[in-house]
Write a protein that binds this ligand. Structure first.
Ligand SMILES: [Zn+2]
Ligand SMILES: [Zn+2]
Length: 278
């Protein structure tokens, strides 16, 4: 497992010192000797690095006060157990949405039970469904979020409708962007679309700072680079963090163009090689 995108706590670069020093783990607080700390002084103990992805996602989402689900997702994606592509994203999407919703509404008492239920429901999703079933699990994660939020069951009426609509909306957004698979791109698109859905359906504003910039492209051999709307542009890279600005600009299915087509790309050759994949 690689960990070269930065600090798990804050995302800043990590630097190795000349000799080990005693630091407090940025996740559990235990003190230990570390030769490497981030620019803000964070270090993570070996025990926390070894925590399984879903345990880590559940613990952070239960405790965070973050209202921006993309900012929270980006932070979770820095943990070494969260792979570049992997089924942990199936729980990550509903978990960050539940946490963001709880922090936006103050419904924090209900959060632990909702997280447990979302984890249980997302466990049945297998990998790569977008390519094999036409049903990307990041989009299903949006449906899991709404079903866990509303307590939907197979016998529900309005909750059943809303859960399926949440998946449908996220799936259209993800489908418009096209393949190949990318758990980061699909997760970001599902979160952005679902924030809009929550505002329209429940009247709850879940803020997402713009622009959303991916920091994982170097680990993704199939990254669309300039054809992905989250690939860092030079002007974006300088302003990527911190992410607490305003709502994200929508460039989704209503505009009928795939991700990456919103901004004019200078490299026409790169664009030519990936015509719309529908
Ligand atoms: Zn840090
Ligand atoms: Zn620790």
């Amino acid at each position: 497992m690689r960990h070269d995108e930065g600090c798990v706590v804050c995302g800043r670069p990590c630097r190795a010192g000349r000799s080990p020093r005693t630091v407090a783990c940025g996740l559990c607080g235990a003190t230990f000797e570390s030769i490497e700390v981030c620019e803000a002084g964070h270090a993570i103990c070996e025990r926390c690095r070894a925590v399984p992805a879903e345990d880590y996602i559940a613990a952070v989402c239960a405790a965070t006060t973050e209202r921006d689900p993309v900012a929270l997702a980006r932070r979770l994606m820095l943990h070494p157990a969260v792979q570049i592509h992997g089924p942990e994203h199936h729980f990550l999407v509903p978990a960050v949405l539940l946490a963001a919703h709880a922090n936006a509404t103050g419904e924090r008492e209900a959060l632990p039970a909702r997280l447990r239920e979302a984890r249980r429901r997302s466990r049945t999703l297998t990998g790569c469904l977008g390519g094999t079933h036409g049903d990307c699990a990041a989009a299903v994660g949006a449906g899991v979020f709404v079903s866990a939020l509303t307590g939907a069951t197979p016998l529900s009426r309005i909750e059943w409708r809303r859960s399926n609509l949440a998946t449908a909306r996220a799936l259209v957004r993800i489908a418009e962007a096209g393949g190949p698979r990318c758990c980061k791109r699909c997760a970001f698109l599902a979160l952005i679309e679902t924030a809009d859905f929550v505002a329209e359906t429940f009247g709850v504003r879940i803020p997402i700072a713009s622009p959303v910039v991916c920091t994982h492209f170097e680990r993704n051999a199939e990254c669309l680079r300039l054809d992905c709307q989250f690939f860092p542009r030079p002007s974006r890279a300088r302003t990527a963090a911190p992410e607490r600005a305003g709502p994200t600009t929508r460039t989704g299915p209503k505009e009928k163009r795939p991700a990456g087509r919103a901004a004019p790309a200078k490299k026409a050759v790169a664009r030519k090689s990936s015509a719309r994949k529908r």
